[in-house]
Design a protein around this ligand. Structure first.
Ligand code: NIG
Ligand code: FE
Length: 422
């Protein structure tokens, strides 16, 4: 394979430096004006000013991609998605427009349980086709790695079905990192007996998931209608003992203390945090646990209570941003929209938002040594955007400004003709 030279970008956002970025470091994008990126094989060979790069030996034989006037940045790392689901929940959507609440809809047979019913009935092949279509759209929006959670199966067969689908589609065209979320909500079969469901999870399902290496992370939804703090602790301890890394859906609807628990157990990230308050902020900010904020779900549910991003950053937290792509609360896979929300609603700066969506997303997946910044030796995962100043990425909203996405040195978007026909 010939080397590849991405040449003449108005700005190359390298994101070189500390990972994760915390507090004031989030503003440091390490920009090269009029920069180029040289890719050899699937890795970044070097990054620098176009003048210097053109003189490199490898650059002389390279195939050239013209990035003049544009911004080049690391591919977005979307560290929180519920990637595999059967369908949109349009009735819930209309009911909410009509004034019903998320919890109310769930009690009336909508919500997560309706997605679970549909998923259990769907063939793996069909789920795979749907998820593959999403992966191509992720790539078109500049995302090169996604985390994907199970959690719409809630019985062994259906949970394993989701995890196997993710394993199968990994790399088509982008990377998928699997998380076991069997503890999304208690399975419907265990209504009134959630402890028994937790027993099953801990004693049966988690060990199987681990043994078959179907997940890297274990996540628990700790909230009303989901799991209590004690149940969350039990599940996370069991997962940790098996060697899985931990994530928690924390303080989304109610403040339950899941953040403190996550920090205490050394979780890689705590996600949501709309109801995070007081001491918890400081405890999180001073820990190594990443605060993953998901403004898409707040927006889609029509709430105005976003997570306290500014206070977290002021106290020195490592903040990441993700889509939470799912059919109930956040039907978007476009990280550019998430950046717009982060800036307009949570008052993050465009630079902070970009750090949170790249290098800190990578750290939230324990992948910072290989992705999330444009540094020699890392995978050549990057996006070329149709803008000349990185701030435009968060300024324009509801648009797709991505001109080209590369993963591991290969152009994955725009897709080759035979790909789009599939
Ligand atoms: O992250 N918080 C729980 N889970 C999802 C919503 C899932 C659904 O409604 O289908 C979330 O917001
Ligand atoms: Fe979620």
């Amino acid at each position: 394979m010939r080397p590849l030279l991405i040449r003449g970008a108005r700005q190359v956002l390298t994101l070189r430096g500390p990972a994760p970025r915390r507090g004031a470091q989030l503003n440091e994008l390490e920009i090269i004006q009029d920069g180029s990126v040289l890719v050899v094989g699937d890795r970044i060979h070097s990054v620098g000013s176009s003048r210097r790069m053109e003189n490199l030996k490898e650059a002389r034989s390279a195939e050239v991609i013209d990035a003049s006037g544009r911004v080049v940045l690391p591919g977005f790392v979307d560290s929180h998605t519920h990637l595999v689901f059967p369908a949109a929940r349009l009735d819930d959507f209309e009911r909410r427009i009509d004034g019903a609440g998320y919890q109310e809809i769930a009690q009336q047979g909508g919500g997560i349980y309706s997605t679970v019913r549909a998923l259990r009935q769907m063939s793996p092949r069909r789920l795979e086709m749907i998820a593959l279509r999403w992966l191509r759209l992720f790539a078109s929006c500049g995302t090169t790695t996604v985390e994907g959670k199970s959690g719409y199966g809630l019985n062994p067969a259906a949970e394993l079905k989701i995890l196997r689908v993710m394993k199968k589609i990994n790399g088509w065209p982008i990377q998928v990192i699997p998380t076991f979320l069997g503890a999304h909500v208690p399975a419907p079969e265990f209504e009134g007996a959630p402890e028994e469901y937790v027993d099953r999870l801990v004693e049966e399902l988690l060990p199987v998931v681990r043994r078959r290496r179907l997940a890297e992370f274990c996540d628990v939804f700790c909230d009303v209608g989901a799991f209590t703090l004690d149940q969350t602790r039990r599940i996370l301890l069991a997962a940790r003992a098996l060697g899985l890394s931990l994530k928690v859906h924390a303080e989304q609807w109610t403040r339950r203390g899941a953040t403190r628990l996550a920090v205490e157990l050394g979780a890689v990230s705590v996600d949501h945090l709309e109801k995070l308050e007081g001491e918890d902020l400081r405890i999180l900010a001073e820990s190594n646990t990443i605060a993953t904020l998901l403004p898409g779900s707040v927006f889609h549910l029509g709430s105005d209570q976003y997570a306290p991003a500014r206070r977290l950053i002021q106290q020195g937290a490592a903040v990441a941003l993700a889509t939470d792509f799912n059919p109930g609360t956040s039907p978007t896979l476009n990280m550019q929209m998430i950046l717009a929300l982060a800036c307009t609603q949570m008052k993050m700066t465009p630079a902070e938002a970009i750090s949170a969506a790249t290098i800190n997303g990578a750290a939230a997946l324990r992948r910072a040594p290989e992705i999330g910044s444009l540094e020699p030796g890392k995978y050549a995962d990057l996006a070329i955007l149709e803008v000349g100043d990185y701030r435009e990425i968060a300024y324009y909203f509801g648009m797709n400004l991505v001109r080209m996405t590369l993963r591991r040195g290969q152009v994955v978007w725009p897709a080759a003709a035979e790909e789009t026909e599939r």
